[in-house]
Design a protein around this ligand. Sequence first.
Ligand SMILES: C[S@@+](CC[C@H](N)C(=O)[O-])C[C@H]1O[C@@H](n2cnc3c(N)ncnc32)[C@H](O)[C@@H]1O
Length: 252
Amino acid sequence: MSLASGRYRSQFCRSARNFISDFETAPVPPSPLVKKGLTQEMNIQDAYTDWSITYDSDRNLTRDLDQAVTKEILANRRYHTVFEIGCGTGKNTALLTQLGERVCALDLSTAMLEQAKRKTQSDRVLFAIADLTKAWPCKTESVDLIVCNLVLEHISDLSVIFSEAHRSLVSGGQFFVSELHPFRQYQGTKAKFQRGQETIEIPAFVHHLSDFTESAAKNGFSIHSFREWWHEADQNKLPRLVSFLFEKRYVA
Ligand SMILES: C[S@@+](CC[C@H](N)C(=O)[O-])C[C@H]1O[C@@H](n2cnc3c(N)ncnc32)[C@H](O)[C@@H]1O
């Protein structure tokens, strides 16, 4: 069992036993730093360990817009069980505790999860380490809502995510995705942060709009909502974010 340790584990343990199945975390092999002048590329886990310290305080219009978008789309909905995949520092986790009776928030990075635990007080949240490219730590058809913000650019194969989302969700369950818009990716935008004079870039994969819709359709989802979003500082620019609310098709 490889759940987050400490207070959250003990508080959530009884219900978590039914909710989370045993799973192993797979270590991600470190990749060498790639130096390009004052830009370095770091592997995803190392990069988020480093970024976790300043992720919440850095100027980041994409992070801020994503929070507003998530609130606008989800705030009036209610669910029993919510799965947040790639919760990071828990920017959206507090909102999710208002929507769901219980929330399981997963991330690859221990350092990001530590920040999330620090700011999320609810004992209805379980934080756990998990690699989303492996089997997710939940029972089949046990989740009502899956929420995924600014994560899929780090995942090369979307079908792994949609197939696990389909397995995890109850019939009619929803899958909310908010991502950096591919139009911005075409211009070279990707997740990055500053360390002194250096820019640290995090490995990212371009997913076209059709990649999302085709992967969703192939894995048994219909599209409930599809929106494109601009920050107020984005006048005359390409959309910054795209969001989808997918729904697992009812199985007769
Ligand atoms: C840009 S942050 C977004 C965090 C949060 N969802 C938010 O909106 O602020 C991306 C997060 O995805 C996580 N992540 C990336 N690849 C992952 C994987 N394969 N499995 C689990 N988490 C992953 C990172 O550790 C990081 O916390």
